[in-house]
Design a protein around this ligand. Structure first.
Ligand SMILES: [Zn+2]
Length: 230
């Protein structure tokens, strides 16, 4: 992976980032996602590889979470921003990536969904927090109060309370509060940032070169459970 670090350091254009993702996806050489063939021809004009057996034309992001995205540079930068211990609001990220607020919001939300699915669901020491504890940092929480699940033994658990306090501070400090609908994703993000020093850049990036495309309606339709795993 040594040369990938050098490439990432120097990357400027979308083409530079495409080369990195291709090297990362096919680190052991090309494998056709459709038929498993190892040989492919490059179609230079279209930045694609054509499988020598089934003729499927694939790119580094074909059939992955990043399927069809343009501006690979912005995407890679947005993904890697989750490895910084400090979070950034959508407004700040939009400025850094030079994209519109709406585009940036979708990007960040999609990245959060992938991370929630891929990384932190396997956590060993998850702490369950009822949404009522996080009410101060959640929009629309009071309207749905009757739906909250009570956790009777929670107040005696000092560790969970500390954890909730940090999370509330993060949600209010960075985002000025978040929608309850996405609160679980932000809780994942908070946990990830605290533990990001343990993660290796390219293994992290590789999480986005699997899976499948996330549709806008899935992002908008996402709902957090009534208990937040922090
Ligand atoms: Zn093939």
């Amino acid at each position: 992976m040594e040369d990938l670090y050098v490439l990432l350091d120097k990357a400027e254009t979308n083409e530079d980032y495409r080369v990195i993702l291709e090297k990362l996806r096919w680190a052991d050489g090309f494998t056709c996602p459709r038929c498993g063939e190892r040989k492919a021809y490059r179609i230079h004009s279209r930045k694609l590889l054509e499988c020598s057996s089934c003729r499927a034309q694939v790119s580094a992001t074909s059939g992955t979470f990043l399927h069809g995205v343009k501006n690979l540079g912005s995407w890679v930068k947005a993904i890697l921003s989750f490895l910084q211990s400090e979070g950034k609001s959508t407004v700040v990220m939009a400025g850094l990536l030079n994209r519109s607020y709406v585009t940036t919001w979708y990007m960040m939300q999609k990245i959060r969904m992938v991370l929630g699915e891929r990384l932190i669901s396997h956590t060993e020491e998850a702490v369950l927090l009822p949404c009522s504890i996080l009410k101060a940092a959640l929009f629309k929480a009071s309207a749905e109060e009757d739906l909250l699940v009570p956790a009777p033994s929670f107040s005696s658990d000092e560790g969970s309370l500390k954890c909730a306090a940090f999370l509330v501070g993060y949600l209010l400090g960075v985002f000025q509060g978040v929608s309850r609908k996405y609160s679980q994703l932000y809780a994942f993000e908070h946990k990830l940032r605290r533990e990001s020093y343990k993660l290796e850049v390219f293994s992290f990036l590789a999480c986005f070169l699997i899976g499948r495309k996330a549709l806008r309606r899935e992002i908008l339709g996402y709902r957090a459970p009534y208990m937040i795993v922090s």
